[in-house]
Design a protein around this ligand. Structure first.
Ligand code: PEP
Ligand code: MG
Length: 771
């Protein structure tokens, strides 16, 4: 609690800090001043890491004459030592420390205690932040934790300052490169239909909303005779308005996701405040350019310069400049900035959506999603599924072939986009749409009813959740809690590891949103198909059989324990269960339990009172099925992760469409494994939930209920259709079906049997063909 008082109050402080600065030097100066003030120390300094050296770039308390002059190698002096250890360095008598390095005229002699912390961005060292106090003392754990939080919060700002700084040098070295010509759109004949792969089925009718991150920086307009003064004013007001939008966007994302997710906009704000950039724009106008052309030319030069930077992280930030350029141009041309706001419902067409787009777009306005990218595991894919938005991926050249505002029909059931469809096609889809709206209305009647079979047996339907904004959807469809909270998103949407407080804040929102209901939080499940941009994973021939999921967590105990502590902290606000993915041995189960024990002990030492949190493991690996009776002695519940279990049992990659036919949820071996697990859970009186996608398939669902499963967790839009299916079938019917299918040796026969039953009971009306 006290750490909050000595730390920053996050967004407000940081936003103010940026708004009070007009360039990287001023920003760094403001940071040291603010940190010294908030940490109640006499000195604070920032060293930036560049070209293998740490250079003093801002200080309060030490000699400012030496800014830019003091340069240290990794390991040199206490600053270099901090960078070398990669962790916090706390020293009560700095000058007695073996690594202390005397620097003439720096005026360090008066300070005794030293607390240094390295600054990281995307796992790369970007600098060191240090505070010093005159009084000789050890800094307390609370102060260390506050400085860690501050360092974490400021890392984006420092990274942006470093980036702007680097850019200046880049630009001085190189002449602005010739920029590429944009593709000549006019020459292509536009087809009337495009194809792609469905990420979430359904269809949508509406206007195309194009999101172009490459906004045509080189597409220059001719400058007509211009009034210089009014162009300057236009530019100033566009900049001001873009800044205000950025702050609003930051707040919106902070509310929806977390402060940490919103921090990406600090970089944008800093760039919009940067005096060097603004001066360049004004010089262009003075030379006779319109404000629009000034923005295009100068930003294009910046983007080109960023692309030339060796550092891959900085190179990737070119996208931020494009984004800013696009928003500034939109302001100047009086258009809306489409990447961040949708003012009317539409079908988004984009190459790929950045996390910031995904986080900031108003999901209610997105009728459908058409992406050129084939990455079905991207943020956009995750979101489209959890929000139930019809989506197609891998639609080649969509941005080139679809005009902004074009009338579209997106049919994600058959993987097709119709551009400016004929009246006949349109009226057919209008009819289908009306049917689907009617079905949805019928389904909504189930919202407040229990999930009951026709003979009155109830099951529990919870939601799979990945984003805080998924919660609204889960409530909309009447989820009875969260059966799987995938904690990857807060990690994936960021540029570095979220700290404990950040994770706790997010988990707490999820838990409190389902007060009184159970919320199962799964620890980080990365690797395989889900990578973190800032996390180095070794090249592997078989990533799904490699270093993923619990293996990564157990190899990074500190990160793992931090996450578990955050989950346990959130458990004080509701009914939380903790769950571990992809375990394959008893050793792992025991190791996870041990980390939970230590995490709990730590928290209790900090004064937290942590309730007993049920401990569960996911059954996703064949070995886990066979060892489940042993695991049962250690765990409170099992969760069937059939997405992975099927791929591992059948040796069929879950993401490879070429072998889709081998990935059969109704394969008899899969059903036998599930039946075995039901039996183990029953004998040992342990909970059993299924959270894999197969539970959303009505055929599988009916068999699973017949096999004895009672707890399901599915993506929210599936809840009501499943309730409807259940209401038409009796438990006896489903049990009989389960008995029969367990005797079968072929998946195709199982499918035929269950389809027949569903058809006879008229269960399929609320499922589209591809669901
Ligand atoms: C699963 O494997 O079934 C599961 C729910 O986990 P994920 O899809 O996140 O791998
Ligand atoms: Mg899984």
């Amino acid at each position: 609690m006290q750490s909050e008082r000595i730390g920053l109050s996050t967004l407000e402080d940081i936003t103010k800090l940026i708004l009070d600065s007009h360039g990287p030097d001023e920003t760094l100066r403001n940071i040291v001043q603010l940190v010294a003030e908030r940490m109640h120390t006499e000195a604070c300094s920032i060293y930036l890491y560049d070209n293998h050296k740490l250079t003093l770039r801002a200080t309060i308390g030490l000699s400012t004459d030496l800014i830019g002059q003091v340069t240290l190698s990794i390991g040199e002096g206490l600053i270099g030592h901090t960078a070398e250890t990669g962790g916090i360095v706390n020293v009560n008598e700095a000058q007695e420390h073996e690594r202390f390095l005397f620097v003439e005229s720096l005026n360090e002699e008066i300070y005794h205690s030293f607390l240094g912390i390295p600054l990281f961005n995307q796992q790369s060292l970007i600098g060191v932040l240090a505070i010093q106090s005159i009084e000789p003392r050890w800094f307390s754990p609370l102060e260390m934790s506050a400085l860690s939080t501050i360092a974490f919060q400021l890392s984006t700002v420092v990274a942006s300052a470093r980036l702007l700084d680097q850019l200046e040098r880049e630009q001085a070295d190189a002449n602005a490169s010739k920029v590429e010509q944009i593709k000549n759109k006019q020459c292509c004949e536009k087809p009337v239909a495009l194809r792609g792969q469905s990420a979430f089925s359904g269809f949508a009718i509406g206007p195309a909303v194009l999101i172009r991150h490459a906004f045509g920086l080189t597409d220059r307009l001719d400058d007509e005779s211009l009034d210089m003064e009014s162009e300057r004013e236009r530019l100033e007001s566009a900049l001001e308005s873009a800044r205000i939008d950025t702050i609003c966007l930051e707040k919106k994302v902070a509310d929806r996701l977390s402060d940490a997710d919103a921090s990406i906009f600090h970089s944008h704000l800093m760039i919009l405040q940067d005096r060097v950039l603004i001066d360049k724009l004004l010089v262009k106008i003075d030379q006779g350019s319109s404000a629009v052309n000034a923005v295009k030319t100068v930003l294009a030069d910046y983007v080109a310069a960023f692309r030339r930077i060796d550092d891959p992280y900085l190179r990737e930030r070119a996208i931020d400049l494009e984004d800013i350029g696009r928003r500034l141009l939109a302001k100047l041309l009086g258009e809306e900035s489409e990447s961040v706001q949708l003012h009317h419902p539409g079908i988004i067409v984009a190459k790929e959506l950045m996390p910031s787009d995904v986080a900031s777009l108003d999901h209610h306005m997105i009728l459908g999603l058409i992406l050129e990218s084939e990455d079905r595991n991207s943020h956009a894919a995750i979101i489209s599924k959890s929000l139930g938005i019809p989506s197609l991926f891998g639609v080649k050249d969509a941005l080139q072939l679809i005009d902004s505002g074009a009338s579209l029909i997106l049919d994600a059931n058959s993987g097709c986009v119709h551009i400016e469809p004929s009246d006949a096609i349109r009226s057919e889809y209008e009819r289908l749409k009306a049917d689907s709206v009617r079905q949805q209305e019928q389904l909504l009647e189930f919202k407040d009813r229990d999930a009951l079979s026709s003979d009155g047996t109830s099951v529990c339907l919870r939601a799979n959740v990945g984003l805080v904004s998924d919660l609204e959807l889960a409530h909309r469809y009447g989820a009875q809690g969260v059966g799987l909270y995938r904690t990857e998103f807060p990690y994936m949407a960021r540029t570095n590891f979220p700290d404990r407080q950040t994770q706790y804040d997010i988990y707490r929102i999820v838990v409190e949103s389902f007060a009184g209901e159970s919320v199962t939080i799964r620890t980080l499940d990365i690797g395989g198909d889900k990578m973190l941009p800032y996390f180095e994973v070794p090249e592997e021939d078989n990533p799904f059989l490699g270093w993923r999921s619990i293996r990564v967590s157990l190899d990074h105990r500190e990160m793992f324990q931090t996450q578990i502590e955050a989950i346990l902290m959130a458990s004080t606000h509701g009914n939380v269960k903790i769950m571990f993915p992809m375990v394959s041995s008893m050793d792992e189960v025991i190791a996870c339990k041990e980390v939970v024990r230590v995490a709990k002990q730590n928290l209790e030492a900090e004064g937290w009172s942590i309730p007993d949190v049920p401990f569960g493991v996911m059954i996703e690996v064949p070995a886990a099925v066979l060892l489940a009776n042993h695991f049962a002695t250690e765990v409170d519940f099992f969760a069937l992760g059939t997405n992975d279990l099927i791929q591992y049992m059948l040796a069929a990659d879950r993401g490879n469409s070429h072998i889709e036919r081998y990935y059969d949820s109704l394969h008899p071996a899969v059903l036998q494994a599930i039946a075995h697990l039901v039996d183990v859970a029953k004998r040992h009186k342990k909970g059993l939930c299924i959270c894999g996608e197969m539970a959303s398939d009505p055929a599988c669902f009916a068999i699973l209920v017949g096999l004895g499963l009672k707890e399901f967790s599915v993506s929210s839009p599936r809840i009501l259709p499943l309730k409807s299916v259940l209401s038409k079938l009796s438990l006896t019917q489903m049990q009989q079906l389960a008995k029969q299918v367990l005797r079968e040796s072929r998946g195709s026969t199982v499918r035929a049997m269950v389809d027949q039953m569903l058809q006879e009971a008229d269960c399929l009306a609320n499922f589209s063909a591809s669901d």
